[in-house]
Design a protein around this ligand. Structure first.
Ligand code: FAD
Length: 277
C-alpha cells in the first residue's frame, strides 16, 4: 500500500493573480483515477508541495460538486508559498488530501447565513458561498449576507465573483477596507464596526467567520452583543501542521487536532482553548 505521505502528482492548469500577494492555483491530478476520486467538501484542505522545497496545508476554495477542479487561493508568506508563486501554468506539483472536516451545510438549511471573511481568510468561505448560492441549493437557505473585508481595495479577494454574488436572490454583499486608495468609493471601516452597522439578527441564524485572529476577536465581541450564542458562530482554525492525519500532534489545540477534528469548529467547541478568542 502506498504511503499516505506520498503526494499525488498534479499539473498546475492555471495560475491567476487575485491580489498583489495572493494567487489562485488550479490543479489537476495527473492520474485519471485520482482525478476522479479526489472529492472534497467546503472547509476541507489539502497539502500542496513545491518539489525540492516542501509542502504546506491550504484550504480547497473550489466546489467539487460543481466539477470546478481543485483551486487554492495562496498568500505568499514563506518558503513553500513563495516557491508556489514562482511556478507557471504547466508545472508539476504535489497534492495530498483532502483532510479535515467540513462546514455542516446540512445543519444550516433554512437558516440565515452571515458570512464574514478578512483577507486570505476568505478562501474557505468561497466554496460555502458558491454552494449555497448555487441555484440548485439556494432555496434551501435563508437570507445570505456576505461581508468581505481587506486591508485595501487591492487586497480584496475574488473580485471577479462579486457581481454574481450580489445579484443572487435574497443575498447581500458588503465590502469594506481598512484604508482606501483614492479611487475606492466603497466603505472604509473595520469588520467589527460593519457588523454593528448591519445589525444581524441572531434568531435562526449562523455566522461563519474566517480571518486574522485579531479581527475574529473583536468581531466575536460584536456578535455576542448582537445576541449570537457561541454555537451559532463557526470558524476555521489554522495551526502549524505537519501530517494532516492526526499522527504528529503538531496542530493540537487542547484535546482537539485541527487536522482531524477541524479545521471547522464552532465557538462552543473551542471556547477557552485559544488565547486570542
Ligand atoms: C487548515 C489550514 C488551511 C490553510 N489554508 C490556507 C489558504 O487557503 N491560503 C493560504 O494562503 N494559507 C493557508 N493556510 C496557512 C498556510 O498553511 C501557512 O501560511 C503556511 O505556513 C505557508 O507555508 P510557507 O512555507 O509559505 O510559510 P512558512 O515559511 O511556514 O511561514 C509562515 C509564516 O511564518 C513566518 N515564519 C516563517 N519562519 C519563521 C521564523 N523562523 N520565525 C518567525 N516567523 C516565521 C512567516 O513570516 C510567515 O508569516 C492554511 C493553514 C491551515 C492549517
Amino acid at each position: 500500500m502506498p504511503s499516505p505521505f506520498v503526494p499525488h502528482l498534479a499539473t498546475l492548469k492555471a495560475v491567476q493573480d487575485l491580489t498583489p500577494d495572493v494567487k489562485l492555483f488550479s490543479l489537476e491530478p495527473l492520474d485519471p483515477q485520482v482525478k476522479e476520486s479526489f472529492t472534497y467538501k467546503p472547509g476541507q484542505f489539502a497539502f500542496v508541495s513545491a518539489f525540492g522545497v516542501g509542502e504546506a496545508p491550504f484550504g480547497l476554495t473550489s466546489v467539487a460538486a460543481r466539477r470546478d477542479g481543485m483551486e487554492f487561493a495562496i498568500r505568499r508568506v514563506g518558503t513553500v508559498s513563495a516557491a508556489l508563486h514562482d511556478l507557471e501554468a504547466g508545472a508539476t506539483l504535489g497534492l495530498r488530501g483532502p483532510y479535515g472536516n467540513s462546514f455542516p451545510l446540512e445543519d444550516y438549511k433554512g437558516k440565515d447565513l452571515l458570512i464574514i471573511g478578512g483577507g486570505i481568510g476568505f478562501a474557505p468561505l468561497r466554496p460555502v458561498i458558491n454552494t449555497v448560492l448555487d441555484p440548485a441549493h439556494r432555496a434551501g437557505f435563508g437570507r445570505v449576507t456576505i461581508l468581505n473585508g481587506a486591508r485595501s481595495p487591492a487586497d480584496l479577494v475574488f473580485k471577479e465573483e462579486f457581481e454574481a454574488w450580489a445579484a443572487a436572490p435574497n443575498t447581500r454583499l458588503e465590502l469594506t477596507v481598512d484604508r482606501g486608495d483614492g479611487k475606492w468609493q466603497g466603505r472604509v471601516a473595520l469588520i467589527p464596526d460593519v457588523v454593528v452597522e448591519l445589525k444581524p439578527a441572531p434568531a435562526n441564524a449562523v455566522t461563519i467567520i474566517c480571518g486574522p485572529p485579531i479581527m475574529i476577536h473583536f468581531t466575536l465581541i460584536k456578535l455576542k452583543e448582537a445576541g449570537f450564542a457561541d454555537g451559532q458562530i463557526v470558524t476555521t482554525l489554522e495551526a502549524k501542521m505537519k501530517c494532516g492525519m492526526g499522527k504528529c500532534a503538531r496542530c493540537n489545540v487542547g484535546d482537539r487536532h485541527v487536522c482531524l477534528d477541524g479545521p471547522v469548529f464552532d465557538f462552543a467547541q473551542i471556547k477557552g482553548l485559544l488565547e486570542p478568542f
